[in-house]
Design a protein around this ligand. Structure first.
Ligand code: ADP
Length: 400
């Protein structure tokens, strides 16, 4: 690792079965090094570490998150300088669920770790993994401030009408049931990049952001403040996703339960065996498009259901906002899939929404406009960069 790691931020995303990390220069946005640890706890664990001069890979059993992070640190030190000597000014942790407690980037101390751990019942897959990531990183970099950035934070401001489920209020209160929203860091980052691209301030704009990756969510943003979003109490609500159902009548769950399916089976069904995978057998959008091209009817239906749901949310948010100034696509599918962008906005000329086919087909890694000059609503593609957003939030907080 060379000297220009000074002033950088290490961003850690410690998930349920994987850990992603990136060393970033917050000013320039340069990714100095990055890595991914996959299939933790499985026989075929895998670590990839990309740095300025190459890529290192390791295969083998990675027993748990702690072992994974320790191995990464060893690899980093072998390639260059140990992380402790790299001049890192902060560690930014991507944290999934802040509950009602956390809605600002937060300096992590022992009390904060305990509070995040206490929120585990709201995010049983994510928060425990987040906590382990924090613990190991604090052991390795004890003298650097650690900052938590919460996926739910941007949606803390949802109006009560959008965040409240119509269920018994005392039950909702007792179990902290409300619509929290997720992917907030991405929605906030992308909406601010969209405003910047248009030379406007977020305060002047009504925006719809469509984050379409493996997970997918939509948001309505009025003057820089989120007023609705498609994910709710968990990241299961809303759009059709790679393996998640999105919206479904809760009566279906009751029916399945009464038919004898266990809670764990229903959980697995909705989170991992549904969405595109449930309908077509594949969860990756590229594979889906290949199947559609081959005339596979299940894949064609999966695509139609996906686009139908997306259009439904776009329609809802257009009405909620009283019309939008800008609609922005982001995430792996949103940034790359020409068909989804075209089909989800087709036939909306009367609403001032017109996609330009040539612009839509052009490829680029930079923010760009894909609407025609006649389109009243600007339609953009903006690559998301949650790691950079977290790095900047961490530096803003620690004041470097
Ligand atoms: P995650 O939610 O895991 O961060 P991503 O935002 O990386 O996911 O999105 C993953 C999805 O994006 C996959 O369905 C993948 O097929 C799709 N995708 C990625 N690159 C392309 C591409 N070049 N063309 C079409 N789809 C793509």
């Amino acid at each position: 690792m060379s000297d220009d790691t000074a002033g950088s931020v290490l961003v850690l995303n410690s998930g349920s079965s994987s850990i992603k990390f990136q060393l970033i220069q917050p000013d320039t946005g340069e990714s100095i090094a990055s890595g991914l640890i996959e299939r933790i706890g499985e026989p075929d664990g895998h670590i990839v570490y990309r740095h300025r001069t190459g890529v290192e890979e390791r295969h083998g059993v990675i027993a748990d998150h702690r072992a994974g992070l320790k191995t990464v640190l060893e690899v980093v030190a072998e390639v260059g300088r140990p992380l402790g000597e790299a001049g890192i000014v902060a560690v930014g942790h991507r944290l999934v669920h802040g509950g009602k407690v956390f809605y600002e980037p937060t300096i992590i101390d022992d009390d904060v770790v305990r509070a995040i751990s206490d929120l585990s019942s709201l995010a049983p897959l994510h928060n425990p993994a987040n906590v382990i990531g924090i613990e190991v990183a604090r052991e390795v970099l004890p003298d650097v401030p650690h900052v938590g950035v919460f996926d739910t934070a941007f949606f803390h401001t949802l109006p009560a009408a959008a965040s409240t489920y119509a269920i018994d209020r005392s039950i909702a209160q007792q179990y902290d049931i409300r619509r929290y929203g997720f992917h907030g860091t991405s929605h906030q980052y992308v909406s601010s990049c969209a405003a910047q691209f248009l030379g406007r301030d977020t305060s002047e704009l009504d925006q719809i952001v469509l984050h379409l990756g493996n997970g997918a969510s939509a948001s309505a943003i009025h003057g820089g403040r989120a007023v609705d979003t498609s994910m709710g109490f968990t990241p299961l609500e809303g759009l059709v996703m790679g393996t998640r159902s999105g919206d479904i009548d809760p009566g279906v769950l009751l029916h399945l339960y009464r038919q004898g399916l266990t809670v764990d089976r229903i959980d697995d069904l909705l989170n991992r065996q549904s969405g595109l995978r449930g309908l077509s057998g594949v969860n990756d959008f590229r594979s889906l498009r290949t199947l559609v091209g081959e005339g596979n009817a299940d894949a064609a239906l999966a695509y139609d259901v996906y686009v139908h749901r997306l259009r439904k949310y776009i329609g809802a948010y257009l009405v909620e906002l009283g019309g939008a100034d800008v609609i922005t696509f982001t995430g792996g599918v949103g940034e790359n899939n020409v068909d989804v962008r075209r089909d989800s906005l087709a036939g909306l000329e009367r609403l001032g929404i017109i996609v330009d086919d040539t612009r839509n087909s052009s490829e680029s890694r930079s923010p760009r406009r894909i609407s025609s000059d006649d389109s009243e609503v600007k339609i953009l593609v903006v690559p998301t960069n949650e790691e950079l957003a977290i790095a900047r939030a961490a530096v803003d907080l620690v004041g470097s």
